[in-house]
Each structure stands twice: as C-alpha cells, then as structure tokens.
Design a binder for this molecule. Structure first.
Ligand code: PMP
Length: 356
C-alpha cells in the first residue's frame, strides 16, 4: 500500500502516525477488548479520552481558564446559526466582514436572526482598517480569518474595541499560535487541521454563555452544552478521539510555534514558485495570502483537465479548485508533509515545461 499526497480542502489528510495508531488500537483500545467507538460516552474509557483531548487542546492553544471548550455536532455551519441565537435578540445589529464564500455563508445565516452590518468587503485582499465600518450597536463582530476557497487570510487580529470578536477558524485552527484572549468565541469544523468530520471545536468566553434566546434549539445553546460537557446528547465519540490523537501528535511536533514555521515554509515555497512563473497565477494580494489553501490558475484554462488528470496519476490528489472560483487549489494543512509540497512543485514545473 502506498499513501498519496492529498490536497483536499476537507476532509483532508491526517498525519500518517495518527492513522497508524488509530489502526493499531482499532479493535482493542488500551487492552479493554473494545474499540473506543464501541463504548459509552459516559464510561470511564471515553471520559479519559475526552478530558485529555480538551486538556491537550488547551495547552496547545494556551486557552485561558475563563473560556469553555466544547466538541459539538453540526460542524462549523451549525455555529453559523448558534452564534446569533446565543448572542442576539430579534432586531439586534451584528457586524460581519465579508472576505469570501465562507464569510458570506455565515452572514447569510445570521440575517435570519439579526440585522447584519457589513464591516468591509473584498475577496482578494484584506480591506484596510481605515475603511472598516464597524457599527456602534453591534452585539459582536464576526470574521473568517482564513477563507478556504479564496485563499485569503487575515495575518493579524482585527481590533474591534470591546466588542466580542468571533472567528471561524475552520481552515486555520492549530496552524499557528493565536492569542485566544483577544476573542469572544472561536469555532472550527474538524475536518482540516483537527481530525475527521463530524465534530466542531467551539471555544467561548464564559461571559458570552447563558444568553441564548428562548427559542434557541437546546443543542445549540452553549450553556446547555457547556454544563453537559458537550454531552447533552451522544457526542461524535470517534472524531473526538481522533482529534485527541492529532493534538498529541501536534504536541510531539513541538506545538504551534514549530508547526507554524513548517507551514510558512511550505506556503512560501509554493507561492514563490507560482510567482516566478508566467504559466501559473494566484490572484490574492501577496501579504494576505493563506498559508493553508493555495488557489492558482493556469494561463490556459483549456489545460485544466489535463493538469488534473496527470497530477492525479502522479499521486497528487484533489487539486481541483472550488467550483466558485475554478482553477486549482492546493490545501496544505498541518498533516501535508513538506515532501508533498515539493512533489507538487516538481510536477507543476514539469507540466509547464511540457505544455507552457
Ligand atoms: N467555514 C469555513 C472557513 C470552511 O472552510 C468550512 C468548510 N469547508 C466551513 C465553514 C463549513 O464547515 P462544516 O462543513 O464543518 O460545517
């Protein structure tokens, strides 16, 4: 069996070491004679897994004590609804940055529950702070630090005064250190840098818990889930366990400072190669480019199909760009080895020599 380099935006590659460990303990977790997915979420075995996962995540992200950490169903998308349902009443104003497709999905959902003010809008560069139109009455400010489809990333934390800042970190969580204390709430679908799909990480400052609307569905109420330890109903135990293994792997890599160095090196190589060629192009302003998702186009889009077929045959999988933007996209999350990026660059150079 040989593993390939999988550039999917999510579900995405997981570290091979983690996959092997999960395989080794698949049928018999720690001598119990059971798989961890076969046991009660309230039993001793799973409680240990759940508690260790939270402790490791807290350590990795340096999460302050006044934040609750939850592992919830419904992915990041469910939090698009949970956020306004927990923090507003009908008619309240909320601020949203619109920097691409995921920002837009989040703000469109918020429109069902509150009045949305767009702070700033752009898809290929982060708007200058001087142009931001923050609203005085907003209950919170929401942004998407890394736009998975457009490949546009905030490389700084927006200063929004004393308003709770809310971040959809689905495609950048754990890719570099972040000062959690600057945020009111952070959330992320797991299937990129955390583990398999089926779970979302939700980190909420305590003072924002306990204000849900009366008609907020029970499972979306952060207070209910915080009090129940994310177990108001049966949680996604296997993804939670896998996330825990990924956290331990990250700690072994030296934590987020270390993985960030590797991530920046991987991204720089690929962007330098793209910028050095007339055949490939990335549309994002250089200082705002994502270190996780690298979209690019070919000078001649008629070659897209050939590029995809040949890269696939060479073991470089899922390079097709999102249908909204076309072209190609290489997602290079934590688990993508540097050799994967090197192999992609070699392939792109060879393709350009043959077709350029
Ligand atoms: N936000 C961002 C930035 C994403 O990349 C994605 C998934 N690609 C989502 C939200 C939606 O996540 P989920 O499928 O977990 O709901």
């Amino acid at each position: 069996m040989s593993r390939v380099f999988n550039f999917s935006a999510g579900p995405a590659m997981l570290p091979e070491e983690v996959m092997r460990q999960a395989q080794a303990e698949f049928l018999d977790w720690h001598g119990t004679g059971m798989s961890i997915m076969e046991v009660s979420h309230r039993g001793r075995e799973f409680m240990q897994v759940a508690e260790e996962a939270e402790a490791d995540l807290r350590e990795l992200m340096n999460i302050p004590d006044n934040y609750r950490v939850m592992f919830l169903h419904g992915g990041a998308t469910m939090q698009f609804s949970a956020i306004p349902l927990n923090l507003t009443r009908p008619g309240d104003v909320v601020d949203y940055f619109n920097t691409g497709a995921w920002s837009k999905k989040a703000l469109n959902e918020a429109k069902r529950y509150a009045r949305v003010n767009i702070v700033a809008e752009h898809a290929t560069e982060i708007p200058e702070p001087a142009t931001w139109q923050l609203s005085d009455e907003a209950k919170y400010v929401h942004y998407t630090p890394n736009e998975t489809i457009g490949g546009l990333q905030f490389h700084f934390i927006p200063d929004v005064g004393d308003k709770p800042l809310i971040a959809d970190m689905s495609s950048c969580i754990l890719s570099e250190p972040v000062d959690v204390s600057k945020f009111g709430m952070i959330y992320a679908g797991a299937q990129k840098n955390v583990g398999p799909s089926g779970i979302a990480i939700v980190i909420v400052r305590e003072d924002l818990i306990g204000n849900a609307r009366e008609d907020c569905p029970r499972l979306l109420d952060w207070q209910v889930q915080a009090e129940a330890g994310s177990m108001d109903n049966t949680p996604a135990t296997y993804p939670w366990y896998m996330a825990g293994l990924v956290f331990k792997w990250l700690k072994k890599q030296g934590g987020l400072e270390k993985i960030a160095l590797v991530n920046r090196r991987k991204a720089k190589k690929l962007y330098d190669f793209i910028d050095g060629s007339d055949f490939y192009h990335n549309p994002v302003r250089p200082q705002d480019r994502s270190i996780m998702n690298v979209p690019f186009t070919l000078a001649n889009p008629e070659l897209d199909k050939t590029f995809l077929a040949e890269s696939d045959a060479a073991g470089l999988k899922y390079l097709k760009g999102h249908r909204l933007v076309g072209g190609m996209r290489a997602s290079i999350y934590n688990a993508m080895p540097e050799e994967g990026v090197d192999a992609l660059i070699d392939f792109m150079a060879d393709f350009e020599r043959r077709y350029g």
